[in-house]
Design a protein around this ligand. Structure first.
Ligand SMILES: *[C@@H]1O[C@H](CO)[C@@H](O)[C@H](O)[C@H]1NC(C)=O
Ligand SMILES: *[C@@H]1O[C@H](CO)[C@@H](O)[C@H](O)[C@H]1NC(C)=O
Ligand SMILES: *[C@@H]1O[C@H](CO)[C@@H](O)[C@H](O)[C@H]1NC(C)=O
Length: 249
C-alpha cells in the first residue's frame, strides 16, 4: 500500500516536472549582445521596430540603431556590394527588429558558445510570404556571400567582401526565397510552408493594431515541444522512478 502510494507520487512528480519545464519558452529574451534581460513595454520604439512597443526585448536605442547601416549594434555593412535598394534594405531592418525586439522566439532559442552571445535562434519558421517578399525585393540588389555570419574581411572595422567572393545579384547566391531565409544567418530562420495569419509561422511584419500575432505561434510550438520533451524524457523518468522505488523498498 505504502509502496503504491510512493510510486504514484513519484510518477506525478516526474510528469509535473516535465510539463512545468516548458512555460520558460514563452515571453522571454535571448541572452545575446543587446537584448534586455526581460521583455516589457518600450515607448517610442523607432519606425519599423514600433510594432513591438507593447512588449519588447529591445531598447529604444537598439531600435534606432537597427535602422542604420554599419550601426553600433554589429558594425554590419549591408552595402558590401554597393548601394542596397531601399525596398530591399527595409527587410534587413525588419529582420533586425524581429531579432532584437521579439519576446516570442523562445521555442527556437539555443545555447551557443560564441564570444559575442550565449544564445542564438535556430530554425525559426518565418511565414512563407515574408521570405518571398524579402527575396523578391532583394533580387536586384548585390551581395558576395550566402552566409552573412562568417567569412568577411573585418580589417577595416566593418565587414567587406573577402578577396575570393565576387558581387552578384542576390539570386545568384540565394536561388530561392527558402535559401535566402535559411542560409543568410546560418539557419536562424527557415521558410515555413504556412502563410501569414495562420498562427503557425512567425511574422517578421505585422500590424500591431491587432496585437502581436507571434504570441499564439510561440505558444503553439512551445506546446508541441513540451509533448516531444515528455516522450524524450520518459526513459530517464522511468529509470529515476525505479531507482527511487528500489531505495524506498
Ligand atoms: C546608442 O547607444 C550607444 C552606446 O551608448 C551610442 O554609442 C549610440 O550613439 C546610441 N545611438 C543612438 C541612436 O542614440
Ligand atoms: C582584408 O582587406 C585588407 C584591406 O583591403 C587586405 O589588406 C587584407 O589582405 C584582407 N584580408 C583578408 C583575409 O582577405
Ligand atoms: C513544405 O512542403 C514541401 C513540399 O510539399 C515539403 O517538401 C517540405 O518538407 C515542407 N516543409 C515543412 C517544413 O513542412
Amino acid at each position: 500500500m505504502a509502496l503504491g502510494r510512493a510510486r504514484l507520487l513519484l510518477l506525478l512528480v516526474c510528469v509535473a516536472v516535465t510539463w512545468a519545464a516548458r512555460p520558460d519558452l514563452l515571453n522571454i529574451c535571448m541572452d545575446a549582445k543587446h537584448h534586455k534581460t526581460k521583455p516589457g513595454p518600450e515607448d517610442g520604439l523607432h519606425e519599423q521596430c514600433s510594432p513591438w512597443e507593447m512588449n519588447a526585448c529591445c531598447s529604444v536605442n537598439t531600435s534606432q540603431e537597427a535602422h542604420n547601416d554599419i550601426s553600433y549594434l554589429y558594425k554590419f555593412n549591408w552595402e558590401h556590394c554597393g548601394k542596397m535598394k531601399p525596398a530591399c534594405k527595409r527587410h534587413f531592418i525588419q529582420d533586425t527588429c524581429l531579432y532584437e525586439c521579439s519576446p516570442n522566439l523562445g521555442p527556437w532559442i539555443q545555447e551557443v558558445n560564441q564570444k559575442w552571445r550565449r544564445e542564438r535562434i535556430l530554425n525559426v519558421p518565418l511565414c512563407k510570404e515574408d521570405c518571398q517578399n524579402w527575396w523578391e525585393d532583394c533580387r536586384t540588389s548585390y551581395t558576395c556571400k550566402s552566409n552573412w555570419h562568417e567569412g568577411w574581411n573585418w580589417s577595416s572595422g566593418y565587414n567587406r567582401c573577402p578577396a575570393n567572393a565576387a558581387c552578384h545579384p542576390f539570386d545568384f547566391y540565394f536561388p530561392t526565397p527558402a535559401a535566402l531565409c535559411s542560409q543568410i544567418w546560418s539557419n536562424s530562420y527557415k521558410q515555413s510552408n504556412y502563410s501569414r495569419g495562420s498562427g503557425r509561422c512567425i511574422q517578421m511584419w505585422f500590424d500591431p493594431e491587432q496585437g502581436n500575432p507571434n504570441e499564439v505561434v510561440a505558444r503553439y510550438y512551445a506546446q508541441i515541444m513540451s509533448g516531444a520533451g515528455l516522450s524524450e524524457a520518459w526513459p530517464l523518468q522511468f529509470g529515476l522512478a525505479l531507482t527511487l522505488l528500489w531505495l524506498l523498498s
